[in-house]
Design a protein around this ligand. Structure first.
Ligand SMILES: Nc1nc2c(ncn2[C@@H]2O[C@H](COP(=O)(O)OP(=O)(O)OP(=O)(O)O)[C@@H](O)[C@H]2O)c(=O)[nH]1
Ligand SMILES: [Mg+2]
Length: 450
């Protein structure tokens, strides 16, 4: 199966933990804190690799993870940065956030590189937390988790010429006659199941090396999803020239051509405005030969240029040379060909993972769930086994107004509060008393009932 849509899961590395250490030197009696910072986690990038033409590499590998940052050490030594990961994709790959459908990046130009997920920041070592009143802090931050997201990759093949037409019109045969590609050719519809790409030999020695794509046959209703063609119509939108192959020996070639043009229009009306060359194929067959002139006139009346050929004759087939020179004439110069077919890759909407926007408190079963970028990050970065760090976290909950919101939401001592990866047993001196009263009431009620 030709893979032109794949879903991937990418996770960046987590930052290394900051160290909590005290200087220990024989001549310094009471050394201060000297814990170094954790290294940053590795990020994941995609880069355009011009040699690639499919997303097939992703068929077996759908999960990518970058390296974690190393922990900080004593003497303020910095943790090692996690290794970045660079994933190659073919030109023409559009990347969407699988959850939201937002376009993350549209990769067209060569060697374009885009960050997909950012590695977590390393935690700060305790040497950062010295204040005038607190000379020997034990507190050190843990590393921040790396971003993770599910992405959908869609490939729109970038070819200079796209061969479109009904199944069995001879598109693959023509590709074989024009290029060194050797696509499968068959005397039945839907022989081609995935696009084939070849380099068009123009024989002009002018530095041009245009690519030509043989797309699976389109059928009526393709734009609505019928047949195989639908998935491939998107490829047609990125070609410079549409080469519309028509079987001139068919019962009604004009009607056949209309079906294809209708599908192109239904998919994207702009496709009909593209430079189009109609290729009347199979002129070696008598049924075709007799009506070639009529057909060419009919296409000319529609404002379409046409050439006639016999692709089955290979390189030396009748008219194949005319197809080649017509394409050579219609294609732009070498410099333009080297540019992407569309305005150079627009990189859009990288979600800002650090956008710190408030928090929310909601019930989750018997517990309370606190959501919010900043507080969740802090939860990740806090080492709750260290009293001083846990205290700082508690302090932060109060400072951000989360404590108050929890209280208002009905959270009482003993309840469980969930924040990011952690579950806290809520302690609140203010309402511990209230709870005792409530318990007493319950006891009385129970007694009354007995
Ligand atoms: N006589 C004759 N037969 C041809 C010519 N070109 C192609 N054919 C035959 O037509 C049949 C279909 O050719 P393909 O190249 O596989 O057609 P296609 O358009 O790629 O078909 P799909 O991949 O199914 O969309 C094969 O049997 C070819 O040998 C030609 O110029 N003359
Ligand atoms: Mg084919």
């Amino acid at each position: 199966m030709f893979l032109d849509v794949v879903e991937l899961h990418v996770s960046a590395g987590r930052g290394g933990d900051g160290a909590s250490t005290m200087r220990r030197e024989s001549h310094v009696p009471r050394g201060g804190p000297d814990g170094g910072d954790g290294g940053r986690g590795g990020s994941i990038y995609v880069v355009v690799e011009p040699g690639l033409t499919t997303l097939r590499d992703f068929e077996h590998k759908r999960r990518y993870a970058a390296g974690d940052g190393g922990p900080g050490g004593d003497k303020k030594s910095h943790g090692k940065a996690g290794a970045d990961l660079v994933v190659g994709v073919p030109p023409g790959t559009a990347i969407f956030d699988a959850a939201t459908g937002d376009l993350v990046a549209d990769l067209v130009a060569r060697e374009q590189k885009v960050m997909l997920v950012r590695g977590g920041r390393g935690g700060l070592g305790n040497s950062h937390f010295v204040t005038s009143t607190h000379q020997a802090p034990r507190h050190a931050q843990r590393g921040e988790p790396g971003e993770a997201r599910a992405l959908r990759l869609e490939l729109r093949l970038i070819a200079d010429v796209g061969l479109v037409g009904l199944p069995n019109a001879g598109k693959s045969t023509l590709l074989a006659a024009l290029t060194a590609a050797q696509p499968k050719i068959g005397d039945y519809a839907f022989t081609t199941l995935e696009p084939n790409l070849g380099v068009l030999e123009l024989g002009l020695d002018d530095g041009r090396r245009p690519t030509i794509a043989d797309l699976p046959g389109l059928i009526e209703g393709a734009s609505m999803g019928a047949g195989l063609g639908f998935a491939f119509l998107r490829h047609a939108s990125r070609t410079r020239i549409i080469a519309h192959v028509v079987d001139a020996s068919a019962a009604d070639p004009m009607r056949d051509a209309e079906i294809i043009r209708e599908e192109l229009r239904a998919h994207n009306p702009a496709l009909l405005d593209k430079t189009t060359l109609v290729i009347l194929n199979k002129i070696d067959l008598p049924a075709a030969a007799t009506r070639i002139n009529d057909l060419r006139e009919a296409f000319a009346a529609m404002g379409l240029r046409s050439v006639a050929c016999s692709a089955a004759g290979g390189v030396s087939g009748a008219g194949v040379v005319d197809v080649r020179s017509a394409l050579a004439e219609l294609l732009p110069d070498a410099e333009t060909l080297a540019q992407p077919t569309e305005p150079a890759g627009v990189v859009v909407h990288r979600i800002d993972p650090l956008a710190i926007a408030g928090f929310s408190v909601e019930r989750e079963g018997d517990s309370f769930r606190v959501k919010g970028k900043a507080i969740e990050r802090l939860a990740h970065q806090t080492d709750f086994d260290r009293d001083e760090s846990a205290e700082r976290f508690q302090h932060e909950l109060a400072r951000m107004g989360i404590e108050e919101s929890l209280r208002r939401a009905g959270c009482r001592a003993g309840d469980t509060v969930l924040i990011g990866p952690i579950a806290l047993a809520w302690e609140d001196p203010d309402d511990a008393a209230l709870r005792d009263v409530a318990d007493d009431l319950d006891d009385e009620e129970e007694e009354a009932l007995q």
